[in-house]
Design a protein around this ligand. Sequence first.
Ligand SMILES: C[S@@+](CC[C@H](N)C(=O)[O-])C[C@H]1O[C@@H](n2cnc3c(N)ncnc32)[C@H](O)[C@@H]1O
Length: 369
Amino acid sequence: MEERGVKFEASEDEVTKDADVFYNPEMQLNRDISEVAVKVFREQVDLDHLRVCDATSGSGIRGFRYAEENDKLYLNDPNPEAQEAIQKGLKMNDMDAETTEKDANVLLSEKRNFFHLIDVDPFGPFTKFLDSTARAANHTSFVGFTATDNSAPSGSYPTVCERRYGSRPLRNSFMHETGLRIYIKEVFQNFARFDKCFEPKICFHERHYSRVMGRVTESKRRTNRNLDNIGYLSFCRGCRWRTLERKEECEKCGEETEIAGPLWTGKLSDQRFTEKMLEKTPEEWEEAHEKVRIIDSEASIKTPFYDIHEMASELEIQAPKRDEVIEALKDKGYIVSRTHFSPTGLKTDAPFEDIRSEIRDASITEQSD
Ligand SMILES: C[S@@+](CC[C@H](N)C(=O)[O-])C[C@H]1O[C@@H](n2cnc3c(N)ncnc32)[C@H](O)[C@@H]1O
């Protein structure tokens, strides 16, 4: 098989956990975005070579795509069929790598403060690999985690979320943003235990998975500063007000709020990083380009996104077009963007009252046209 010009060996069977060598074509977008993020990181650190670890390799496609000529590539997967596929892939791409068949936790724990780039892409949650990844990252690292257990941190299984992440989720229109914030909090806290600071560079949700990618540095002061980004999110089910603070009562209608967290209350992506990614994402990679474009445009806005349909339903009006509301808020001088979380959502720093009134006005204008 081939992906973006890189060859690899994998079974073309139906994608299941039990397929001989796991390859999911639906994850190509994840790999496209991750490859571009690695390119930006590479430029920022300007090292002669990177030590690249694809800790849960499967066919090895990620490692093949991330590594450049001078890098030292480490590919690991305990599945013997994956090992065979990795060897074939290395030959097909004329690449070298150190290959191992270990549990990723064993490999990463043995390589303390060693890797510049670590990718963890297991089945389900990544939580059990966090400790060892934090050990293996050095002071100039970039790490990427994929999670496919989104139903827990997005609120379908609150008890599973509490058990696995120690956080309370929230099931509502922006549940996937809350889930992503819980994932980032979990990564940050695990690295903080090792006095290492994880800072999100590009984090997103897509279909059935979430992806968390960021820089690791060894700085107690930086880690301490980022502790301010761990907190709570409050949401009023009555009027749909929300804030990234712990407030027991809605500031708009006085109803008791629902509270999620602890979670990451900082930015989900770093715009200085995503704008560089946008420059580097080939336009022919249409889906990745569009996704990075939206993530970049919303990166500077912290407040959880608003779903126009949900807001309109609360106001008992017909939902107006998203872009009309965005333009009206921009005209008032606010920062506004689409959001990658939902086609009917917007992110803005505008006050709640102004969002409601612009949604109402746009709806009335559309009805009268
Ligand atoms: C989702 S697949 C990886 C897909 C690959 N990264 C890609 O993009 O195509 C997960 C892989 O993790 C491997 N795996 C499962 N448990 C593991 C563990 N404890 N340590 C290392 N690898 C593991 C599986 O054998 C499987 O190949």
